[in-house]
Design a protein around this ligand. Structure first.
Ligand code: GLV
Length: 329
């Protein structure tokens, strides 16, 4: 059977070229905006009806792939998700139908760590706020009390989820700034304990008590949905910051907004949002929050690796039936 791949939107061409070089038929969606599930269904249905069905979908994290999609696309054998997270795909349902699902981890965790550190530096040194202040023409002369911030080097970093990304974030803060690292994870991370002197804490409460900067690196699932809730936020130090580059719904945004507005915590760096792309009303007015549009892995290097890995996953599946980044296991 001819391998027909539908790529839901444009991605860096390196991966596309790899697929084309294998002789696969590759179609790339032309939309610039995320597709609705209806759009995806229409595309797959049309191809099935034409007798030229897609057997592989290369999806983005904005594509909701579940039972409804699988039902109308019986020829689908694989979903190669262009992202580390794969909460947009119903993996359990895919498993029951024997559909392979893969994701794109790779040697670019440093790119994400850089984004976490950038947000932290910007918050602690009040960079975005200060830039806004100057642009607004509010700088009237040097003032010893103006925009006093925090030294990152004095901070204890609390890593929630010390996997590949959390590990890189730990190294960057510890080796770059000498920060103390504490973490929670189901597993012990020997690398950061050995190289950064990181301490594994037994509970999230202990981490909240100690950390000045909390960085979230967990997947989104039933156990992490709204993990950062009213109780979590109320236990944070008054001068603590929280950075979220994981998935928006890990944080209950209304309570975070309330705490930021009332200065109950020092600030937040959000690259992801609970109702993405919508941002909780009011957040954009606050000076103690940095907002970026889900771009923590948007460096040239990271995006090219993601594209390569998404293509490699497909090639491995088609040619060798061996898949390295198998999410269904
Ligand atoms: C981005 O958020 C990703 O999961 O790769």
């Amino acid at each position: 059977m001819q391998n027909r791949i539908y790529v839901t939107r444009e991605i860096p061409e390196v991966g596309i070229n790899m697929l084309k070089a294998k002789g696969y038929e590759v179609t790339i969606g032309k939309d610039k905006k995320p597709l609705s599930q209806k759009d995806i269904i229409k595309i797959l249905q049309r191809a099935e009806h034409k007798g030229e069905p897609y057997n592989i979908l290369l999806t983005l994290l904005t594509d909701k792939i579940d039972k409804t999609v699988f039902d109308i696309a019986p020829s689908l054998k694989m979903v190669s998700n262009y992202a580390i997270g794969f909460d947009n795909v119903d993996v359990k349902e895919a498993c029951t139908r024997g559909i392979m699902v893969t994701n794109t981890p790779g040697d670019y965790m440093g790119s994400i760590a850089e984004h976490v550190v950038s947000m932290t530096l910007s918050l602690c040194n009040r960079i975005a706020e200060a830039d806004h202040f100057v642009r607004k023409g509010r700088y009237k002369g040097w003032d010893p009390m103006l925009m006093i911030g925090h030294d990152v080097s004095e901070k204890t970093i609390g890593i929630i989820g010390a996997g590949r990304i959390g590990e890189k974030v730990s190294y960057t803060f510890n080796k770059g700034f000498g920060c103390k690292i504490v973490y929670v994870d189901q597993h012990k991370n020997e690398n950061i304990e050995r190289d950064c002197g990181a301490t594994k804490l037994e509970t999230i409460d202990e981490l909240i008590k100690q950390a000045d900067i909390i960085s979230l690196h967990v997947p989104l699932n039933d156990s992490t949905y709204h993990m950062v809730n009213q109780d979590f936020i109320s236990k944070m130090k008054k001068d603590a910051f929280i950075i979220n580059t994981s998935r928006g719904p890990v944080v209950d945004e209304k309570y975070l907004y309330q705490a930021l507005k009332e200065n109950k915590i020092a600030g937040a760096g959000l690259d992801v949002f609970e109702f993405e792309p919508k941002v909780t009303k009011g957040l954009i007015k606050l000076g103690n929050v940095i907002l970026t549009p889900h771009i923590a892995s948007a460096s040239i290097k990271a995006r090219n690796i993601m594209s390569t890995v998404a293509a490699e996953n497909i090639i491995n599946f088609v040619e060798r039936k061996v898949v390295v980044n198998n999410c269904t296991k």
